[in-house]
Write a protein that binds this ligand. Structure first.
Ligand SMILES: Cc1cc2nc3c(=O)[nH]c(=O)nc-3n(C[C@H](O)[C@H](O)[C@H](O)COP(=O)(O)OP(=O)(O)OC[C@H]3O[C@@H](n4cnc5c(N)ncnc54)[C@H](O)[C@@H]3O)c2cc1C
Ligand code: SF4
Length: 516
């Protein structure tokens, strides 16, 4: 038997152009894919996320076989004593495979670098564990390589996304007119803060019919992961590249034009509004982030969507998405332990049930349970804002976000949660905390009209809890925040209040926090 290479493809590397396959040979190399209980349970992922990832992996393996590749695929089984002989991690799975005669003459292992620190640590041990050359290749599905980001960061005192984003615009040529940004402005965010009105013509996301493979995975998840958070009914995500491309075209034709205007809006009963729901596909590898942005750029240049929509969308991908990935690899493993405000409160139980009298929280959590989805402003300004104001332990918040969303992978989730939403990094990612009272939610949504609390009341049992929690958060953290130039006015307002008024905010907040 000729020496062969084992090429490991991970569950979020479902791309034929992945770097591990760049020089692969169909007749001598063996592609290896493992479904592992450990990956499904290191946090207990939402049931829909498990269905999505496992079904997409199975579809990708089938696609590779149809193209003539040899694929070794370890499948989780739904029935019998499923745990007997199950590998506990990738190392055990790989060791078992290497022991099989089929792979006696393995010359090397090739893998594209994983997106998570814990797996990188594990794979780094493999050369010595297996006494084999193990090649961990860069993941080139990003516009900015890890080295390029580190060089960019090295030359700066403050790592602001906006400046990084401009570099990425120049590098990709997206929405550029020669060397200038289209519309002579880099950022149209100020146009993108309209509140939505309930509208008969609200688009709905692309819904993919389940095929036999997906139905089998649904059965597997129901049997083996029934204790995990989230509903499994009504699974509509695409599970292969063809479906993901259809979802992209559906978004472009039905929602993109309004994406900018209503990017920050929230509406009762409308979980998706004009958002794309493309993050699960981009993160899995079914869509390439640059191809998505080029499609949006083309739509703008053809005059079919306004610039604030195209720019707002492209900024999220070549700006925020690339930037948080750069921060993750620059700052791990210390990053996950940061806790600027020393927050220690356990995560309130209603994050798992959605049973809250706060209409905004109930809406965001209930749709998260149903679909594994909430859009950015719900994650940041509803569930994130509440945890920040209430002083919840940032690790508990991080683990919640990693569990409950179908698009959650630590490299993108952690900086968004710990940095952007909880300010636990003390301002590395954002210049000030995203803290808000009920007023913001009332402006951007219709939740308050259906709430048991009154958003106009500042203190007392009927007042919107966020109003008192907001000032309580600021008072509690004055030493850490008062010198922040962007917080000056807010603290000036706090100091102008009478002592009685300040105290009534603090008392109201304490009363509410006791109920958690
Ligand atoms: C606390 C918190 C946790 C988050 N966790 C995740 C996560 O686990 N996985 C994830 O992909 N995104 C995460 N985000 C970012 C963002 O909320 C989601 O990418 C977005 O809601 C996905 O829905 P969509 O595809 O409809 O996005 P759209 O609103 O349609 O945006 C378009 C695309 O831009 C990208 N994008 C937008 N905002 C961000 C951002 N801040 N960081 C990275 N990419 C972005 C996504 O690829 C998204 O598909 C998180 C944000 C917050 C505040
Ligand atoms: S009143 Fe307060 S708690 Fe209720 S929906 Fe509005 S912001 Fe949320």
């Amino acid at each position: 038997m000729n020496p062969q290479r084992l090429i490991l493809i991970l569950g979020d590397q479902l791309t034929q152009t992945i770097s591990s396959l760049s020089d692969a040979n169909k007749s001598t190399d063996l592609i290896v894919m493992f479904e592992l209980v450990s990956e499904a349970t290191y946090v207990r992922h939402h049931k829909k996320k498990l269905v999505l990832v496992l079904s997409a992996m199975r579809h990708f393996a089938r696609e590779l076989r149809e193209l003539g590749w040899r694929v070794h695929y370890h499948e989780l089984v739904a029935q019998g004593d499923a745990t007997v002989g199950e590998p506990n991690n990738f190392t055990e799975a790989m060791a078992a495979l290497l022991e099989q005669s089929l792979t006696q003459s393995v010359s090397q292992v090739v893998v594209t670098e994983p997106g998570e620190w814990r797996l990188r640590q594990e794979f780094d041990q493999w050369s010595s564990t297996f006494s084999l050359p193990v090649h961990i290749r860069a993941d080139d599905r990003f516009v900015c390589s890890r080295t390029e980001f580190a060089n960019w960061a090295d030359s700066r005192k403050q790592l602001r996304m906006e400046y990084f984003y401009r570099e990425m615009r120049k590098k990709t040529g997206l929405l550029m007119a020669d060397d200038k940004p289209c519309g002579d402005k880099w950022n149209f965010d100020s146009d993108n803060r309209k509140a939505a009105k309930a509208d008969l013509f609200m688009p709905s996301p692309w819904r993919c019919e389940m095929d036999e493979i997906t139905q089998q995975v649904v059965e597997l998840v129901q049997r083996r992961f029934s204790q995990h958070f989230g509903d499994i009914d009504d699974f509509f995500f695409a599970v292969d590249r063809a479906g993901a491309l259809t979802a992209l075209e559906h978004f472009v034709s039905s929602a993109l034009a309004n994406f900018g205007d209503y990017q920050d809006a929230m509406l009762e009963g409308e979980p998706f509004l004009y958002h794309s729901l493309l993050s699960p596909y981009i993160n899995l590898g079914l869509l390439d982030p640059l191809e998505v942005c080029q499609r949006i750029d083309q739509e703008y240049r053809n005059g079919r969507v306004p610039l604030n929509a195209a720019e707002g969308f492209i900024r999220q991908i070549i700006g925020w998405r690339e930037y948080v990935r750069g921060i993750y690899w620059l700052k791990m493993p210390e990053y996950v332990g940061l806790n600027y405000f020393s927050a220690t409160r356990p995560l309130p139980e209603f994050y798992w049930t959605g049973e809250s009298n706060m209409a905004c929280m109930a809406a965001a959590i209930t749709q998260t349970k149903e679909h594994g989805y909430a859009h950015h402003i719900q994650r940041l300004m509803v569930t994130g804002n509440f945890a920040l104001l209430a002083g919840v332990d940032p690790v508990a918040v991080h683990e919640w976000y990693l569990q409950v969303y179908v698009d959650a992978y630590e490299w993108v989730e952690l900086p968004n949660t710990l940095g952007m939403s909880q300010f636990a990094d003390g301002g590395l990612l954002g210049s000030k905390p995203y803290a808000a009272s009920g007023n913001y939610i009332n402006k951007m949504s219709d939740y308050c009209g259906n709430c048991r609390y009154n958003v106009k009341h500042k203190t007392g049992p009927d007042a919107c809890p966020l109003n008192a929690l907001y000032w309580d958060f600021l008072a509690r953290n004055e030493r850490l925040l008062a010198s922040n130039p962007r917080m000056g006015q807010t603290y000036a307002t706090w100091r102008r209040m009478s002592e009685d008024k300040q105290q009534s905010y603090l008392n109201s907040a304490a009363d509410f926090l006791q109920t958690l």
